[in-house]
Write a protein that binds this ligand. Structure first.
Ligand code: ZN
Length: 580
Protein backbone atom coordinates (compact mmCIF):
# COMPACT_ATOMS: atom_id res chain seq x y z
CA UNK A 1 0.00 0.00 0.00
CA UNK A 2 2.85 2.33 0.71
CA UNK A 3 4.21 1.65 -2.77
CA UNK A 4 4.02 5.28 -3.85
CA UNK A 5 6.09 6.54 -0.96
CA UNK A 6 9.64 5.30 -0.42
CA UNK A 7 10.07 3.05 2.62
CA UNK A 8 12.96 5.20 3.78
CA UNK A 9 10.57 8.12 4.11
CA UNK A 10 8.03 6.13 6.14
CA UNK A 11 10.88 5.05 8.37
CA UNK A 12 12.08 8.60 8.88
CA UNK A 13 8.57 9.94 9.36
CA UNK A 14 7.87 7.48 12.16
CA UNK A 15 11.26 8.17 13.71
CA UNK A 16 10.44 11.88 13.84
CA UNK A 17 6.89 11.42 15.14
CA UNK A 18 5.79 10.39 18.59
CA UNK A 19 2.70 8.23 18.80
CA UNK A 20 2.17 9.17 22.46
CA UNK A 21 2.13 12.88 21.69
CA UNK A 22 -0.12 12.32 18.68
CA UNK A 23 -2.68 10.31 20.63
CA UNK A 24 -2.46 12.47 23.76
CA UNK A 25 -3.74 15.45 21.80
CA UNK A 26 -6.92 13.53 21.07
CA UNK A 27 -7.32 11.07 23.94
CA UNK A 28 -6.27 11.84 27.52
CA UNK A 29 -3.57 9.33 28.47
CA UNK A 30 -2.45 8.19 31.89
CA UNK A 31 1.06 6.92 32.50
CA UNK A 32 1.22 3.41 33.98
CA UNK A 33 4.79 2.13 34.28
CA UNK A 34 6.50 2.36 30.93
CA UNK A 35 3.21 2.65 29.02
CA UNK A 36 0.19 4.91 28.76
CA UNK A 37 -3.40 3.86 29.31
CA UNK A 38 -6.76 5.30 28.30
CA UNK A 39 -10.34 4.33 27.65
CA UNK A 40 -10.35 3.15 24.06
CA UNK A 41 -11.42 5.77 21.50
CA UNK A 42 -12.53 2.99 19.15
CA UNK A 43 -15.01 1.16 21.33
CA UNK A 44 -17.23 1.96 24.25
CA UNK A 45 -15.74 1.05 27.62
CA UNK A 46 -15.60 2.09 31.25
CA UNK A 47 -12.24 0.66 32.28
CA UNK A 48 -9.17 1.47 30.18
CA UNK A 49 -7.87 -1.29 27.93
CA UNK A 50 -6.20 0.97 25.40
CA UNK A 51 -2.41 1.11 25.78
CA UNK A 52 0.26 3.14 24.03
CA UNK A 53 3.88 2.08 24.17
CA UNK A 54 6.49 4.82 23.66
CA UNK A 55 9.22 2.25 23.06
CA UNK A 56 7.32 0.32 20.41
CA UNK A 57 5.69 3.52 19.12
CA UNK A 58 2.57 1.39 18.92
CA UNK A 59 -0.93 1.45 20.36
CA UNK A 60 -3.13 -1.51 21.16
CA UNK A 61 -6.56 -2.09 22.66
CA UNK A 62 -7.05 -5.35 24.55
CA UNK A 63 -10.80 -4.87 24.30
CA UNK A 64 -11.44 -4.45 20.59
CA UNK A 65 -8.06 -5.35 19.13
CA UNK A 66 -7.40 -1.98 17.48
CA UNK A 67 -3.68 -1.46 17.05
CA UNK A 68 -1.09 0.26 14.90
CA UNK A 69 1.51 2.97 14.45
CA UNK A 70 1.08 6.75 14.38
CA UNK A 71 0.02 6.41 10.74
CA UNK A 72 -2.47 3.70 11.66
CA UNK A 73 -3.89 5.86 14.44
CA UNK A 74 -4.53 8.80 12.12
CA UNK A 75 -6.21 6.50 9.62
CA UNK A 76 -8.41 4.92 12.23
CA UNK A 77 -9.16 7.96 14.36
CA UNK A 78 -9.46 10.68 11.72
CA UNK A 79 -10.80 8.40 9.03
CA UNK A 80 -7.93 9.22 6.67
CA UNK A 81 -6.63 7.18 3.78
CA UNK A 82 -3.05 5.93 4.04
CA UNK A 83 -1.56 8.67 1.85
CA UNK A 84 -3.51 11.39 3.65
CA UNK A 85 -2.40 10.07 7.03
CA UNK A 86 1.22 10.11 5.87
CA UNK A 87 0.83 13.67 4.60
CA UNK A 88 -0.80 14.83 7.79
CA UNK A 89 1.87 13.25 9.97
CA UNK A 90 4.57 14.71 7.71
CA UNK A 91 3.02 18.14 8.08
CA UNK A 92 3.14 17.84 11.87
CA UNK A 93 6.74 16.65 11.75
CA UNK A 94 7.72 19.39 9.31
CA UNK A 95 8.67 16.94 6.55
CA UNK A 96 7.92 17.08 2.86
CA UNK A 97 6.42 13.90 1.40
CA UNK A 98 8.57 12.88 -1.58
CA UNK A 99 6.47 12.46 -4.69
CA UNK A 100 9.00 10.71 -6.89
CA UNK A 101 7.99 7.36 -8.22
CA UNK A 102 4.33 8.22 -7.91
CA UNK A 103 2.40 7.08 -10.96
CA UNK A 104 -0.62 9.22 -10.29
CA UNK A 105 0.38 12.79 -9.61
CA UNK A 106 -0.92 14.03 -6.28
CA UNK A 107 -3.54 16.72 -6.69
CA UNK A 108 -2.06 20.16 -7.19
CA UNK A 109 -1.60 21.63 -3.71
CA UNK A 110 -2.14 25.04 -5.27
CA UNK A 111 -5.80 24.10 -5.64
CA UNK A 112 -6.20 23.87 -1.87
CA UNK A 113 -4.73 27.35 -1.48
CA UNK A 114 -6.97 28.69 -4.20
CA UNK A 115 -10.11 27.22 -2.63
CA UNK A 116 -9.10 28.49 0.82
CA UNK A 117 -8.67 31.96 -0.68
CA UNK A 118 -12.08 31.76 -2.37
CA UNK A 119 -13.67 30.75 0.92
CA UNK A 120 -12.08 33.71 2.68
CA UNK A 121 -13.23 36.00 -0.09
CA UNK A 122 -16.82 34.79 0.27
CA UNK A 123 -16.74 35.32 4.04
CA UNK A 124 -15.53 38.92 3.46
CA UNK A 125 -18.21 39.50 0.89
CA UNK A 126 -20.90 38.38 3.32
CA UNK A 127 -19.97 41.17 5.74
CA UNK A 128 -20.75 43.83 3.15
CA UNK A 129 -23.97 42.35 1.83
CA UNK A 130 -26.97 43.29 3.94
CA UNK A 131 -29.37 41.13 1.90
CA UNK A 132 -27.32 37.99 2.51
CA UNK A 133 -26.97 38.79 6.21
CA UNK A 134 -30.69 39.41 6.44
CA UNK A 135 -31.36 36.07 4.81
CA UNK A 136 -29.19 34.20 7.33
CA UNK A 137 -30.73 36.09 10.23
CA UNK A 138 -34.15 35.26 8.81
CA UNK A 139 -33.19 31.61 8.97
CA UNK A 140 -32.33 32.09 12.62
CA UNK A 141 -28.59 31.72 12.25
CA UNK A 142 -26.29 33.56 14.63
CA UNK A 143 -22.98 35.13 13.69
CA UNK A 144 -21.28 32.44 15.74
CA UNK A 145 -22.70 29.59 13.71
CA UNK A 146 -21.91 31.42 10.47
CA UNK A 147 -18.32 31.73 11.63
CA UNK A 148 -18.10 28.12 12.79
CA UNK A 149 -19.11 26.93 9.36
CA UNK A 150 -17.30 29.70 7.42
CA UNK A 151 -20.51 30.63 5.68
CA UNK A 152 -19.97 33.26 2.99
CA UNK A 153 -21.60 35.03 0.10
CA UNK A 154 -20.82 34.87 -3.62
CA UNK A 155 -21.57 38.29 -5.15
CA UNK A 156 -24.01 38.72 -8.01
CA UNK A 157 -22.49 39.44 -11.39
CA UNK A 158 -20.38 37.21 -13.55
CA UNK A 159 -16.79 37.81 -12.68
CA UNK A 160 -16.24 38.79 -9.03
CA UNK A 161 -14.07 35.73 -8.46
CA UNK A 162 -12.31 36.01 -11.80
CA UNK A 163 -11.46 39.66 -11.16
CA UNK A 164 -10.09 38.87 -7.74
CA UNK A 165 -8.16 35.65 -8.40
CA UNK A 166 -7.98 34.99 -12.14
CA UNK A 167 -5.20 37.49 -12.61
CA UNK A 168 -3.29 35.41 -15.15
CA UNK A 169 -3.83 32.34 -17.28
CA UNK A 170 -2.42 29.89 -14.77
CA UNK A 171 -4.65 31.31 -12.01
CA UNK A 172 -7.66 31.11 -14.29
CA UNK A 173 -6.76 27.53 -15.03
CA UNK A 174 -6.60 26.82 -11.29
CA UNK A 175 -10.03 28.35 -10.72
CA UNK A 176 -11.35 26.10 -13.46
CA UNK A 177 -9.67 23.00 -12.03
CA UNK A 178 -11.09 23.87 -8.63
CA UNK A 179 -14.59 23.84 -10.14
CA UNK A 180 -15.23 27.52 -9.48
CA UNK A 181 -15.93 28.57 -13.08
CA UNK A 182 -18.45 27.71 -15.75
CA UNK A 183 -17.63 28.03 -19.38
CA UNK A 184 -19.99 29.36 -22.06
CA UNK A 185 -19.64 30.54 -25.64
CA UNK A 186 -18.07 33.81 -24.66
CA UNK A 187 -15.62 32.33 -22.15
CA UNK A 188 -15.51 31.54 -18.47
CA UNK A 189 -17.61 33.11 -15.74
CA UNK A 190 -18.17 32.64 -12.01
CA UNK A 191 -20.11 29.47 -11.33
CA UNK A 192 -21.54 30.73 -8.03
CA UNK A 193 -23.38 34.05 -8.20
CA UNK A 194 -25.59 35.74 -5.64
CA UNK A 195 -25.53 32.70 -3.38
CA UNK A 196 -24.99 31.89 0.28
CA UNK A 197 -21.83 29.78 0.22
CA UNK A 198 -21.10 26.74 2.34
CA UNK A 199 -17.49 25.56 2.05
CA UNK A 200 -17.12 21.78 2.08
CA UNK A 201 -14.10 20.57 4.06
CA UNK A 202 -12.25 17.32 3.68
CA UNK A 203 -11.39 15.19 6.71
CA UNK A 204 -8.31 17.30 7.29
CA UNK A 205 -10.26 20.53 7.31
CA UNK A 206 -9.16 21.79 3.90
CA UNK A 207 -11.76 23.45 1.67
CA UNK A 208 -12.31 21.19 -1.34
CA UNK A 209 -15.63 22.38 -2.75
CA UNK A 210 -18.66 24.59 -2.13
CA UNK A 211 -22.39 24.31 -1.91
CA UNK A 212 -24.35 27.44 -2.76
CA UNK A 213 -27.92 28.39 -1.81
CA UNK A 214 -29.54 30.85 -4.24
CA UNK A 215 -30.68 34.18 -2.81
CA UNK A 216 -32.69 35.10 -5.87
CA UNK A 217 -34.89 32.95 -8.07
CA UNK A 218 -32.17 32.79 -10.68
CA UNK A 219 -31.07 29.20 -11.33
CA UNK A 220 -31.40 26.14 -9.10
CA UNK A 221 -32.01 26.61 -5.38
CA UNK A 222 -28.92 24.59 -4.48
CA UNK A 223 -25.78 24.38 -6.57
CA UNK A 224 -22.74 22.23 -5.84
CA UNK A 225 -19.17 22.23 -7.04
CA UNK A 226 -18.60 19.65 -9.75
CA UNK A 227 -16.38 16.66 -9.09
CA UNK A 228 -12.74 17.75 -9.24
CA UNK A 229 -9.34 16.26 -8.47
CA UNK A 230 -10.00 17.20 -4.84
CA UNK A 231 -13.72 16.65 -4.54
CA UNK A 232 -15.50 13.33 -4.91
CA UNK A 233 -19.06 13.65 -3.71
CA UNK A 234 -19.42 10.05 -2.64
CA UNK A 235 -16.39 10.26 -0.39
CA UNK A 236 -17.23 13.38 1.59
CA UNK A 237 -19.77 14.33 4.20
CA UNK A 238 -20.56 17.98 4.78
CA UNK A 239 -20.02 18.91 8.42
CA UNK A 240 -18.00 15.83 9.39
CA UNK A 241 -14.82 17.80 9.94
CA UNK A 242 -16.57 20.35 12.16
CA UNK A 243 -18.40 17.65 14.13
CA UNK A 244 -15.18 15.77 14.80
CA UNK A 245 -13.29 18.94 15.70
CA UNK A 246 -15.66 19.45 18.60
CA UNK A 247 -15.55 15.88 19.81
CA UNK A 248 -13.31 13.04 18.69
CA UNK A 249 -15.74 10.24 19.00
CA UNK A 250 -19.44 10.99 18.97
CA UNK A 251 -22.14 8.86 20.60
CA UNK A 252 -24.28 9.19 17.56
CA UNK A 253 -24.21 11.02 14.27
CA UNK A 254 -27.19 12.35 12.35
CA UNK A 255 -27.24 12.28 8.56
CA UNK A 256 -29.42 14.83 6.77
CA UNK A 257 -29.82 15.88 3.16
CA UNK A 258 -28.87 19.56 3.03
CA UNK A 259 -26.21 22.02 4.19
CA UNK A 260 -28.87 24.29 5.59
CA UNK A 261 -30.15 21.43 7.75
CA UNK A 262 -26.66 20.91 9.18
CA UNK A 263 -26.19 24.55 10.18
CA UNK A 264 -29.78 24.98 11.38
CA UNK A 265 -29.43 21.98 13.67
CA UNK A 266 -26.04 23.28 14.86
CA UNK A 267 -27.82 26.51 15.81
CA UNK A 268 -30.06 24.43 18.07
CA UNK A 269 -27.14 22.67 19.68
CA UNK A 270 -26.93 19.56 17.48
CA UNK A 271 -23.25 19.52 16.59
CA UNK A 272 -23.24 15.91 15.43
CA UNK A 273 -24.92 16.39 12.07
CA UNK A 274 -23.55 15.78 8.58
CA UNK A 275 -25.04 15.93 5.09
CA UNK A 276 -24.55 13.95 1.93
CA UNK A 277 -24.07 16.32 -0.98
CA UNK A 278 -27.10 15.57 -3.09
CA UNK A 279 -26.09 11.97 -3.74
CA UNK A 280 -27.23 8.62 -2.45
CA UNK A 281 -25.35 7.50 0.64
CA UNK A 282 -22.31 5.50 -0.48
CA UNK A 283 -20.62 2.56 1.32
CA UNK A 284 -17.57 4.77 1.79
CA UNK A 285 -19.65 7.40 3.55
CA UNK A 286 -21.13 4.74 5.81
CA UNK A 287 -17.60 3.67 6.65
CA UNK A 288 -16.76 7.26 7.63
CA UNK A 289 -19.93 7.55 9.68
CA UNK A 290 -19.20 4.44 11.72
CA UNK A 291 -15.65 5.59 12.28
CA UNK A 292 -17.07 8.72 13.87
CA UNK A 293 -19.84 7.11 15.96
CA UNK A 294 -21.38 3.77 16.88
CA UNK A 295 -24.90 4.91 16.09
CA UNK A 296 -25.93 6.51 12.81
CA UNK A 297 -29.34 8.14 12.51
CA UNK A 298 -30.48 8.81 8.97
CA UNK A 299 -32.95 11.64 8.85
CA UNK A 300 -34.94 11.86 5.62
CA UNK A 301 -38.07 13.50 4.32
CA UNK A 302 -41.16 11.34 4.66
CA UNK A 303 -42.05 11.60 0.96
CA UNK A 304 -41.37 9.02 -1.71
CA UNK A 305 -37.97 10.45 -2.64
CA UNK A 306 -36.96 10.48 1.02
CA UNK A 307 -38.01 6.85 1.49
CA UNK A 308 -36.05 5.91 -1.59
CA UNK A 309 -32.95 7.74 -0.35
CA UNK A 310 -33.35 5.99 2.98
CA UNK A 311 -33.49 2.60 1.31
CA UNK A 312 -30.31 3.36 -0.62
CA UNK A 313 -28.67 4.32 2.66
CA UNK A 314 -29.85 1.06 4.19
CA UNK A 315 -28.36 -0.92 1.31
CA UNK A 316 -25.01 0.80 1.82
CA UNK A 317 -25.21 0.27 5.58
CA UNK A 318 -26.06 -3.45 5.78
CA UNK A 319 -22.58 -4.70 4.80
CA UNK A 320 -21.05 -2.52 7.55
CA UNK A 321 -23.32 -3.65 10.39
CA UNK A 322 -20.78 -5.14 12.71
CA UNK A 323 -21.50 -5.93 16.32
CA UNK A 324 -21.91 -2.91 18.53
CA UNK A 325 -22.99 -0.63 15.68
CA UNK A 326 -26.49 0.68 15.16
CA UNK A 327 -28.35 2.42 12.37
CA UNK A 328 -31.75 4.07 12.73
CA UNK A 329 -34.08 5.93 10.42
CA UNK A 330 -36.14 9.01 11.11
CA UNK A 331 -38.77 10.10 8.59
CA UNK A 332 -40.06 13.64 8.86
CA UNK A 333 -43.67 14.55 8.12
CA UNK A 334 -44.24 15.51 4.48
CA UNK A 335 -43.26 19.03 3.67
CA UNK A 336 -40.85 19.28 6.60
CA UNK A 337 -37.07 19.18 6.61
CA UNK A 338 -34.84 19.12 9.72
CA UNK A 339 -34.33 22.88 9.40
CA UNK A 340 -38.06 23.74 9.42
CA UNK A 341 -38.76 21.00 11.95
CA UNK A 342 -36.32 22.22 14.59
CA UNK A 343 -37.32 25.87 14.13
CA UNK A 344 -41.01 25.08 14.43
CA UNK A 345 -40.91 22.60 17.30
CA UNK A 346 -37.62 23.27 19.06
CA UNK A 347 -34.59 21.24 20.01
CA UNK A 348 -36.29 19.07 22.60
CA UNK A 349 -38.92 17.71 20.25
CA UNK A 350 -36.31 17.04 17.59
CA UNK A 351 -34.10 15.22 20.11
CA UNK A 352 -37.10 13.07 21.11
CA UNK A 353 -37.72 12.18 17.51
CA UNK A 354 -34.09 11.25 16.97
CA UNK A 355 -34.25 9.04 20.05
CA UNK A 356 -37.41 7.39 18.73
CA UNK A 357 -36.06 6.78 15.21
CA UNK A 358 -36.84 3.36 13.73
CA UNK A 359 -34.18 0.70 14.11
CA UNK A 360 -32.75 -0.50 10.82
CA UNK A 361 -34.37 -3.93 11.21
CA UNK A 362 -37.81 -2.42 11.64
CA UNK A 363 -37.47 -0.19 8.58
CA UNK A 364 -36.18 -3.18 6.64
CA UNK A 365 -39.01 -5.59 7.47
CA UNK A 366 -41.74 -2.94 7.35
CA UNK A 367 -40.83 -2.31 3.76
CA UNK A 368 -41.18 -5.96 2.77
CA UNK A 369 -44.30 -6.73 4.76
CA UNK A 370 -45.92 -3.67 3.23
CA UNK A 371 -45.53 -5.04 -0.28
CA UNK A 372 -46.03 -8.77 0.31
CA UNK A 373 -49.01 -10.57 1.78
CA UNK A 374 -47.42 -12.73 4.43
CA UNK A 375 -50.71 -14.41 5.33
CA UNK A 376 -50.31 -16.53 2.21
CA UNK A 377 -47.73 -19.21 1.60
CA UNK A 378 -46.85 -17.55 -1.70
CA UNK A 379 -46.32 -14.19 -0.10
CA UNK A 380 -44.09 -15.66 2.56
CA UNK A 381 -41.99 -17.39 -0.06
CA UNK A 382 -41.66 -14.10 -1.92
CA UNK A 383 -40.68 -12.36 1.30
CA UNK A 384 -37.81 -14.78 1.81
CA UNK A 385 -36.78 -14.50 -1.81
CA UNK A 386 -36.66 -10.71 -1.65
CA UNK A 387 -35.31 -10.10 1.82
CA UNK A 388 -32.72 -12.84 2.13
CA UNK A 389 -30.25 -11.46 -0.47
CA UNK A 390 -30.05 -8.23 1.52
CA UNK A 391 -29.41 -10.04 4.79
CA UNK A 392 -26.69 -12.02 3.10
CA UNK A 393 -24.73 -8.83 2.44
CA UNK A 394 -24.31 -8.42 6.20
CA UNK A 395 -21.19 -9.56 8.03
CA UNK A 396 -21.54 -12.70 10.13
CA UNK A 397 -22.49 -11.95 13.69
CA UNK A 398 -25.24 -11.42 16.21
CA UNK A 399 -27.05 -8.75 14.21
CA UNK A 400 -27.22 -10.83 11.06
CA UNK A 401 -28.39 -13.78 13.13
CA UNK A 402 -31.18 -11.66 14.60
CA UNK A 403 -32.27 -10.48 11.17
CA UNK A 404 -32.36 -14.06 9.92
CA UNK A 405 -34.39 -15.17 12.93
CA UNK A 406 -36.86 -12.37 12.36
CA UNK A 407 -37.20 -13.31 8.71
CA UNK A 408 -37.76 -16.94 9.71
CA UNK A 409 -40.52 -16.03 12.10
CA UNK A 410 -42.24 -13.82 9.51
CA UNK A 411 -41.90 -16.50 6.85
CA UNK A 412 -42.74 -19.32 9.28
CA UNK A 413 -39.93 -21.23 7.73
CA UNK A 414 -36.52 -22.25 8.95
CA UNK A 415 -33.75 -20.98 6.67
CA UNK A 416 -30.49 -22.60 5.94
CA UNK A 417 -27.61 -20.66 7.42
CA UNK A 418 -24.10 -20.25 6.27
CA UNK A 419 -22.04 -21.14 9.26
CA UNK A 420 -19.38 -18.64 10.08
CA UNK A 421 -15.97 -19.97 9.09
CA UNK A 422 -14.01 -20.36 12.30
CA UNK A 423 -11.16 -18.28 10.91
CA UNK A 424 -13.49 -15.29 10.75
CA UNK A 425 -13.47 -15.10 14.54
CA UNK A 426 -10.53 -12.75 14.99
CA UNK A 427 -8.41 -15.39 16.65
CA UNK A 428 -5.20 -15.55 18.50
CA UNK A 429 -4.57 -12.03 19.55
CA UNK A 430 -5.12 -12.83 23.18
CA UNK A 431 -7.95 -10.33 23.48
CA UNK A 432 -10.49 -10.79 26.18
CA UNK A 433 -12.83 -13.70 25.61
CA UNK A 434 -11.05 -14.78 22.47
CA UNK A 435 -8.90 -17.86 22.03
CA UNK A 436 -5.27 -17.24 22.84
CA UNK A 437 -2.70 -18.12 20.21
CA UNK A 438 -0.56 -21.07 21.21
CA UNK A 439 2.90 -19.99 22.33
CA UNK A 440 5.25 -21.96 20.13
CA UNK A 441 8.98 -21.25 20.16
CA UNK A 442 8.70 -19.68 16.74
CA UNK A 443 5.93 -17.34 17.82
CA UNK A 444 7.75 -16.42 21.00
CA UNK A 445 10.93 -15.63 19.06
CA UNK A 446 9.07 -13.59 16.43
CA UNK A 447 7.06 -11.74 19.07
CA UNK A 448 10.19 -10.66 20.93
CA UNK A 449 11.87 -9.57 17.75
CA UNK A 450 8.89 -7.57 16.49
CA UNK A 451 8.39 -5.91 19.86
CA UNK A 452 12.05 -5.27 20.47
CA UNK A 453 14.01 -5.39 17.19
CA UNK A 454 17.23 -4.44 18.98
CA UNK A 455 17.31 -7.97 20.45
CA UNK A 456 18.71 -9.08 17.13
CA UNK A 457 22.13 -8.03 18.45
CA UNK A 458 21.91 -10.85 21.00
CA UNK A 459 21.88 -13.55 18.32
CA UNK A 460 24.95 -15.51 17.35
CA UNK A 461 25.43 -18.25 14.75
CA UNK A 462 22.67 -16.97 12.53
CA UNK A 463 24.13 -19.17 9.79
CA UNK A 464 22.45 -22.13 11.51
CA UNK A 465 19.35 -21.13 9.67
CA UNK A 466 20.69 -21.32 6.15
CA UNK A 467 19.37 -23.99 3.83
CA UNK A 468 16.32 -24.44 1.66
CA UNK A 469 12.86 -24.09 3.19
CA UNK A 470 9.50 -25.26 1.93
CA UNK A 471 5.86 -24.68 2.80
CA UNK A 472 5.98 -26.92 5.82
CA UNK A 473 8.55 -24.80 7.54
CA UNK A 474 8.19 -21.48 5.80
CA UNK A 475 8.00 -19.69 9.14
CA UNK A 476 11.76 -20.22 9.35
CA UNK A 477 11.94 -18.21 6.17
CA UNK A 478 10.01 -15.37 7.80
CA UNK A 479 12.21 -15.57 10.86
CA UNK A 480 15.34 -15.34 8.71
CA UNK A 481 13.91 -12.42 6.82
CA UNK A 482 13.03 -10.62 10.01
CA UNK A 483 16.47 -11.23 11.49
CA UNK A 484 18.13 -9.80 8.37
CA UNK A 485 15.78 -6.85 8.39
CA UNK A 486 16.45 -6.02 12.05
CA UNK A 487 20.19 -6.55 11.65
CA UNK A 488 20.23 -3.86 8.99
CA UNK A 489 18.18 -1.49 11.14
CA UNK A 490 18.99 -2.21 14.79
CA UNK A 491 17.28 0.98 16.01
CA UNK A 492 13.95 0.43 14.35
CA UNK A 493 10.71 0.54 16.38
CA UNK A 494 7.81 -1.88 16.18
CA UNK A 495 5.75 0.79 14.46
CA UNK A 496 8.35 1.36 11.75
CA UNK A 497 8.77 -2.35 11.25
CA UNK A 498 5.04 -2.91 10.84
CA UNK A 499 4.69 -0.03 8.36
CA UNK A 500 7.71 -1.16 6.32
CA UNK A 501 6.32 -4.70 6.14
CA UNK A 502 3.09 -3.29 4.82
CA UNK A 503 2.97 -5.49 1.75
CA UNK A 504 4.45 -8.61 3.32
CA UNK A 505 2.13 -11.63 3.45
CA UNK A 506 3.28 -12.34 7.00
CA UNK A 507 2.23 -8.90 8.25
CA UNK A 508 -1.13 -9.90 9.81
CA UNK A 509 0.72 -12.60 11.72
CA UNK A 510 3.41 -10.19 12.91
CA UNK A 511 0.83 -7.60 13.92
CA UNK A 512 -0.77 -10.12 16.24
CA UNK A 513 2.61 -10.92 17.73
CA UNK A 514 3.37 -7.20 18.05
CA UNK A 515 0.67 -6.92 20.70
CA UNK A 516 1.36 -10.13 22.60
CA UNK A 517 1.85 -9.62 26.28
CA UNK A 518 5.47 -10.49 27.07
CA UNK A 519 5.94 -10.16 30.82
CA UNK A 520 9.15 -9.82 32.76
CA UNK A 521 12.21 -7.61 32.95
CA UNK A 522 14.29 -6.78 29.95
CA UNK A 523 16.96 -9.35 30.75
CA UNK A 524 14.45 -12.13 31.35
CA UNK A 525 12.81 -11.27 28.06
CA UNK A 526 16.13 -11.41 26.23
CA UNK A 527 16.76 -14.83 27.76
CA UNK A 528 13.33 -16.06 26.72
CA UNK A 529 14.08 -14.86 23.20
CA UNK A 530 17.46 -16.62 23.00
CA UNK A 531 15.92 -19.76 24.43
CA UNK A 532 13.19 -19.77 21.85
CA UNK A 533 15.68 -19.16 19.07
CA UNK A 534 17.79 -22.08 20.26
CA UNK A 535 14.76 -24.31 20.21
CA UNK A 536 14.08 -23.24 16.63
CA UNK A 537 17.73 -23.93 15.81
CA UNK A 538 17.41 -27.44 17.18
CA UNK A 539 14.20 -28.00 15.26
CA UNK A 540 15.87 -26.70 12.14
CA UNK A 541 18.93 -28.88 12.53
CA UNK A 542 16.70 -31.91 13.06
CA UNK A 543 14.76 -31.12 9.93
CA UNK A 544 17.99 -30.87 7.98
CA UNK A 545 19.12 -34.18 9.48
CA UNK A 546 15.91 -35.87 8.45
CA UNK A 547 16.52 -34.69 4.91
CA UNK A 548 19.84 -36.38 4.57
CA UNK A 549 18.75 -39.34 2.50
CA UNK A 550 22.05 -41.03 1.84
CA UNK A 551 24.35 -40.98 4.81
CA UNK A 552 27.28 -42.37 2.83
CA UNK A 553 27.19 -39.53 0.28
CA UNK A 554 26.62 -36.78 2.78
CA UNK A 555 28.65 -38.13 5.60
CA UNK A 556 30.47 -34.88 6.42
CA UNK A 557 27.33 -32.84 6.44
CA UNK A 558 25.48 -35.43 8.48
CA UNK A 559 28.17 -35.54 11.10
CA UNK A 560 28.33 -31.74 11.37
CA UNK A 561 24.58 -31.56 11.81
CA UNK A 562 24.65 -34.26 14.45
CA UNK A 563 27.30 -32.41 16.38
CA UNK A 564 25.31 -29.22 16.21
CA UNK A 565 22.24 -31.08 17.39
CA UNK A 566 24.04 -32.47 20.41
CA UNK A 567 25.53 -29.09 21.25
CA UNK A 568 22.18 -27.38 21.05
CA UNK A 569 20.51 -30.03 23.19
CA UNK A 570 23.17 -29.60 25.81
CA UNK A 571 22.86 -25.85 25.70
CA UNK A 572 19.10 -26.00 26.09
CA UNK A 573 19.38 -28.45 28.98
CA UNK A 574 21.95 -26.17 30.61
CA UNK A 575 19.56 -23.25 30.31
CA UNK A 576 16.82 -25.39 31.80
CA UNK A 577 19.07 -26.13 34.77
CA UNK A 578 20.03 -22.54 35.25
CA UNK A 579 16.34 -21.60 35.26
CA UNK A 580 15.73 -24.18 38.01
ZN1 ZN B 1 -10.87 -0.74 21.86
Amino acid sequence: MSGLIPDSFIEELLARSDVVELIERRVPLKRVGSEFHACCPFHDEKTPSFTVSPRKQFYHCFGCGAHGSAIGFLMQYEGLEFLDAVEELARMAGLEVPTTGSKQPRPDTGLYDMLAACSKFYVEQLKSNPAAIAYLKGRGLSGEISRDFDIGYAPAGWDALIKRFGTDDSKLEQLKKAGMLSTGKSGSYDKFRDRIMFPIHDRRGRVIAFGGRALSDDGPKYLNSPETALYHKGRELYGLYMARQRSGRLDDIIVVEGYMDVVALAQFGFRNVVATSGTATTPLQVELLFRAADTVVYCFDGDKAGKQAAWRALEATLPKMKEGLQARFLFLPEGEDPDSMVRKHGAEVFAEQIAAAKPLSEFFFDRFTAITDISSLDGRARLVQQAQPFIETMPQGVFREMMTTRLESLAQHRLQRQSAPSAARAPDSGERGKPVQKRTSMRIALAHLVQNPALVARLDNVEDFTGPTDDEIHCVEIFRELVDFCTERPNITTAQLVELWHDHPALPHLQKLAVWHLPGEEEKQAQEFIDAVNRIRLMWVEILLSRVTNIMDEREKYRALQQRQQALKKQLEGEQDSVK
